[in-house]
Design a protein around this ligand. Sequence first.
Ligand code: CU
Length: 120
Amino acid sequence: MKSTLRTTLMATLLAAASSLALAQHSGHSPAVSPSAAPPAAAAPGALPWAEAEVRRVDAGAGAVTLRHGDIRNLDMPPMTMVFKARNPAILNGIKAGDKVRFTADQINGTYTVLSIEPRP
Ligand SMILES: [Cu+2]
C-alpha cells in the first residue's frame, strides 16, 4: 500500500518534470513567433557577431583591446576599446594583429566579450 502510493507519487513527479522540460524546449523552437522572443541580450548564441582587429591581449587580467566595427546589440559605433573576457580561456590563441569576430554584451556595467574567434 505504502509502496504503491510512493510509486504513484514518483510517476506524477516524473510526468511533471518531463512536461516542464518539454515546455522549456518548445520555448526555443523556431516555430515560436519571433515577436514573442525575448530581447537579443538573453542568450550568447543570440548575439550578433561583430568584427575586430586585436590590438592587445592581457591574459592575466582576462582583458582584450579590440579595434572593433559596429556592435549592433550594444548600439556601439566602431572604436578601439578594452573588453573583459567572461571566460579568460577564450583569449587563448588570440594575439595582437589577429582579425577576429566576437560577440559582446554589457554585463554588470562592464563591456564583456562572450566569444571570440579568428574571422572566417
Ligand atoms: Cu566600443
